[in-house]
Write a protein that binds this ligand. Sequence first.
Ligand code: PLP
Length: 282
Amino acid sequence: MSRYAYVNGSYIHHEEASVHIEDRGFQFGDSIYEVVYLHKGRLIDQDPHLDRMERSLGEIGMEMPMSRAAMKLIIQEMVRKNRLKTGLVYIQVTRGSSTRDFPFPKTYRPTVVMTARRMPVFDPKKALKAIKVKSVEDIRWGRCDIKTTQLLAAAFSKQIALDDGFDDAWMVDQEGFVTEGTSNNAWIVTKEGKLKTRKADHDILNGITRQCIIRLAKNKGMEISEEAFTIEEALNAKEAFVTSASACLKPVTQINDQTVGNGEVGLISSEIAQLYADFLEG
Ligand SMILES: Cc1ncc(COP(=O)(O)O)c(C=O)c1O
């Protein structure tokens, strides 16, 4: 079956889709992106993702490249053309292409690209896939709250983790606190059963899944503290997990060479995964 990409107004066969070599997204990472999860035909949290896209663009001095209604139509068309039921829609907006020079061009035509890709349905009734993470120094820039495509530090950190036999890295700031995973938010469940995830400041991306799970867990009466934690605290915690639109929730059962809790997928992680799965069903 043909896969389609959207590039600046056209739907093109995926393998033929391209942008100009002087595109500022390619040259400087001068671009932002969003990833929306489609669950059994439902776009999950589409508006919060588009809100965050608008915010990311605003933070780098750009406006939405089209109306929200137009953006939603294109997303819908990408889902239809790619016959996607469950998967991810990727949207990227760059400051367009111009002669290679650092200053933002006074006038430009943004580049808008979308791709779509199949994914398995998130189903915590089947065993949740646990991951092992390695702690690495967070070497990213100071505005990780903006979802830019400057992802070399994240890719680099992930590769270090993979090369050492782990599944992902947890990045750690100068003060020794975990910021987040390379493409997800990090959580722990303390011995007392309290959920902890770092507060949303410039040091992390405020995950849409993170925000949703905070809401769902609060509604269930769970105690949550938006507070930074260290690797040591995580190793002393009962459970740990990560959240993102693409992974939904993945338990973390090992950090560096030590297990978290008893090394098994925890009850609270499983309960939250089920809460999120129920939310996905609508
Ligand atoms: C660095 C980082 N943190 C957190 C997240 C999770 O965000 P969301 O739940 O909106 O997917 C992502 C997702 O790509 C990410 O790249």
